[in-house]
Design a protein around this ligand. Structure first.
Ligand code: AMP
Length: 502
């Protein structure tokens, strides 16, 4: 019987003697060697009692072995559950209680701290160099295994949403969800076995694990597999690559480095950005510096990728392009589709959309309609040429004195100020207005910002009700590993700003 992900991504490696993964050290791992690593991991997992349908949770450093554990888990019919290494033991405890994995693999250095919250499962360890108790199991395992038969609708992975509000939810992703999206992206972005993808994203998140790794594995290319993003390492290895996938901060950091120039990127085929908004200004600066237009796409944990700017044709700055082939997208407000150009909630439907939230049937019903449309929680609009623009998160909408304010509109106006590098706008509790618009500003390098002067510059640009009632200047915005601005953290830090002083 077939196993969709194994058959498409991993089985072909048995015939690939050439390099598959190139590591930071320069060492490379061939396709056949990586397949043997997958087979040993599969045997080790089975020996530890992992059976089809069981969850395998990991909180480990990015490494070839970590990628092999993902591959092995889906190949034996189990469900891969990667966790951000930044999570604390109590946070990990929540995920383990919720997902009840058969096995949990963590970093040896954290094993003692995690033992308490992992008491209901088998605990194994693996470090970035292949050490630890699971590393030893891998070394000893026989590299012969038979993949488990799976249907397209069977689960391959559970990825927990970042959960900025309320409890984090486990998004259940099937073999078909992952494979169909990888096939669509590979064709759209023209990946082939000649590509060398510079892989500097984490592999606990949809972007690095599925978009980057699956597309590359599916098309038989190579990956320069870095433990994380470091501008100097990326600049050193870029000459060997043909494509880079990144979050917007990768691109702003590269632009900050004078060594990043036209000559260094002349041979590159593609730069992709996603997971957080890429400023139109960054898109333009990147083009001016390199002659390349970054291709921005939009997706989320629950849906894989939904839209992309075109490979050929205009890559429009500030937009996320068109719905992917096979993916439907609509803009809804008050239960009806909004007329072209209007702002509303983005809904998507297609083979990419997940199977629901793990053990949360009510949450699933709230967000996934019976006819397959998923309510993304993002606000968007579609321009006259069909390009989709993300306007913000529905829950970020500020309602001040009864008026709706989309933070991105205010942020774009603030960013126009020559001394402002970037900004974040949030709504804070206000005794008169309910919520008040509040801006957090970061100065351009070498500039000193006067928050009041920046606000004054908006007076003839934005309606009065949209203008922030106050602003602060900070050295940098709080961001998570995927480059997303942590608005919940900003709201919490400044929650008392407009409250009457006691
Ligand atoms: P995650 O589930 O962590 O991948 O986060 C998904 C969310 O990131 C989406 O719902 C969007 O709010 C945001 N996002 C992803 N890609 C983009 C993009 N290109 N532009 C703006 N926001 C994005």
């Amino acid at each position: 019987m077939s196993n969709p992900l194994y058959d498409a991504l991993f089985a072909p490696l048995t015939h690939r003697d050439g390099p598959l993964l190139i590591l930071e050290s320069g060492e490379s791992i061939s396709g056949t060697a990586f397949h043997a690593m997958i087979a040993r991991a599969a045997k080790a997992l089975c020996d530890l009692g992992v059976r089809p349908g069981d969850r395998v949770a990991v909180q480990i450093a990015k490494s070839a072995e970590a990628l092999a554990i993902y591959a092995a888990t889906v190949s034996i019919g189990a469900v891969f559950l990667p966790l951000n290494p930044a999570y604390t033991p109590p946070e990990v405890g929540y995920f383990l209680d919720d997902a009840t994995p058969r096995l949990f693999i963590c970093d040896p250095a954290k094993a003692a701290a995690l033992a308490g919250v992992a008491s209901q499962t088998t605990l194994k360890t693996l470090d970035a160099k292949g050490g630890g108790s699971f590393g030893a199991d891998l070394g000893a395992a026989d590299p012969a295994f038979v993949p488990e038969g799976r249907l397209g609708a069977d689960l391959a992975a559970i990825l927990y949403t970042s959960g900025t509000t309320g409890r984090s939810k486990g998004a259940m992703l099937t073999h078909d969800n992952l494979l169909s999206n990888a096939q669509t992206l590979a064709a759209l972005w023209r990946f082939t076995d000649n590509d060398v993808l510079l892989h500097a994203l984490p592999i606990f998140h949809t972007h690095g694990l599925f978009v980057a790794s699956n597309v590359s594995l599916l098309t038989g290319g190579q990956m320069i597999f870095l433990s994380g993003f470091d501008a100097s390492t990326v600049l050193r290895l870029l000459p060997q690559a043909t494509a880079l996938m990144g979050v917007p901060t990768f691109y702003t950091r590269l632009l900050e480095d004078a060594r990043f120039n036209h000559a260094l990127t002349a041979h590159m085929r593609l730069f992709v950005s996603g997971s957080a908004p890429l400023l139109a200004d960054t898109h333009r600066q990147f083009y001016a510096r390199t002659g390349h237009r970054i291709l921005e796409r939009y997706g989320m944990t629950e849906t894989n990728m939904n839209t992309s700017n075109p490979y050929t044709g205009e890559r429009r700055a500030g937009t996320v392009g068109f719905p992917l082939p096979g993916v439907e997208l609509r803009i809804m407000a008050d239960g009806a589709q909004v007329p072209q150009g209007g702002v509303g909630g983005i809904e998507v439907r297609g083979p990419n959309v997940f199977a629901g939230y793990w053990q949360m049937p009510e949450k699933t019903r709230e967000e996934l309609r019976p006819d397959g449309w998923f309510i993304t929680g993002d606000l968007g609009q579609i321009d006259a040429d069909g390009y989709v623009q993300i306007v913000g998160r529905a829950k970020d909408l500020v309602i001040s004195g009864g008026f709706n304010i989309y933070p991105i509109e205010v942020e774009l106006a603030l960013d126009e100020h020559p001394d402002v590098l970037e900004s974040a706008v949030v709504g804070l509790p206000h005794p008169d207005f309910g919520e008040a618009v509040f801006a957090v500003l970061v100065a351009q390098k070498g500039c000193t910002l006067n928050a009041d002067a920046v606000l004054a510059s908006l007076s003839d640009r934005l309606a009065r009700f949209k203008q922030p009632k106050a602003a602060v200047v900070v050295p940098e915005l709080p961001r998570n590993t995927m480059g997303k601005v942590q608005k919940a953290a900003l709201r919490a830090s400044y929650a008392a700003w407009f409250q009457p002083k006691a």
